[in-house]
Design a protein around this ligand. Structure first.
Ligand code: HEC
Ligand code: HEC
Length: 207
């Protein structure tokens, strides 16, 4: 188990920097303001602290991760979503950079886990993985507080449980396949529905 975790971390460290090309352009969060107000705010709120669980919170998310997701939505292959495809299709890569910088600079709201009964199991999985199934600890990539590790590993702390669970199911089904080296598909593929629910609930309350 420890070996698996170590191996995964090593693979991440070695391969992730080449997962996608960094844009040479400079990001300017102020330039994103107009697009945010006119377009994104309707669903993600102007400060990225969305209100509806189907629309993920973006406040405090790492800029590089946001840029990658927007590019992936626009490419419409490894991460398909009809709503976000429509949003990303008209964005230039400079817009994406600006939007990433904008949302990273917003302060994330904290949330409390809604179902304390699930939190214990969720915490065990998050911190220690599931040894018997070869599931690596989520904390080894997303960090002990869920803050993530830029640029590779997204922030997950304080995200809506419904959204995180839906993403884990999507990785498990292989519908979302934009994770370099299948990192998340391998992990989610070994989680049961109950385990997904529990760990998503735990993440929601992380800060
Ligand atoms: C009509 C509602 C709507 C609008 C408007 C919208 N989004 Fe989204 N956004 C969503 C939904 C729903 C998802 C989740 C998609 C999924 O399930 O994969 C999402 C996902 C995302 C993600 C991925 C988040 C993650 O944690 O992986 C990013 C980044 C994002 N949106 C950025 C934007 C930006 C930037 C804009 C403005 C240009 C925008 N969105 C406009 C509904 C919207
Ligand atoms: C080996 C490293 C690694 C481990 C371990 C790992 N993740 Fe991830 N996770 C990633 C990467 C990389 C992504 C982003 C993929 C991409 O580029 O879209 C991700 C994305 C996610 C997302 C989607 C975030 C969003 O905003 O859409 C969720 C939710 C998630 N992971 C939860 C977990 C949980 C729960 C665990 C433990 C059971 C876990 N991860 C373990 C690397 C990891």
């Amino acid at each position: 188990m420890r070996f698996v975790t170590a191996l995964l971390s090593l693979l991440c460290a070695v391969f992730m920097p080449f997962g996608y090309a960094a844009e040479p352009a400079r990001a300017d969060p102020a330039q994103a303001q107009q697009i945010v107000t006119k377009v994104c705010a309707a669903c993600h709120a102007a400060d990225g602290n969305s209100v509806m669980p189907a629309n993920p919170a973006l406040a405090g998310q790492h800029a590089d991760y946001v840029v990658k997701q927007l590019a992936d939505f626009k490419a419409n292959k490894a991460r398909k979503n009809p709503v976000m495809y429509g949003m990303a299709a008209s964005l230039s890569s400079q817009d994406m950079q600006n939007l990433g910088a904008y949302f990273e600079s917003q302060k994330p709201k904290t949330r409390a886990a809604k179902d304390p009964a699930l939190v214990n199991l969720g915490q065990q999985i998050y911190r220690g993985g599931i040894m018997a199934k070869g599931v690596a600890a989520c904390a080894s990539c997303h960090g002990p507080t869920g803050a993530g590790v830029p640029a590779q590993f997204p922030r997950v702390a304080g995200q809506f449980a419904e959204y995180s669970a839906a993403q884990l199911q999507s990785f498990r089904a292989g519908d979302r396949a934009n994770d370099t080296n299948s990192m998340m598909r391998m992990i989610a593929g070994r989680l049961s529905d109950g385990e997904i629910k529990a760990v998503a609930e735990y993440i929601a309350g992380l800060r």
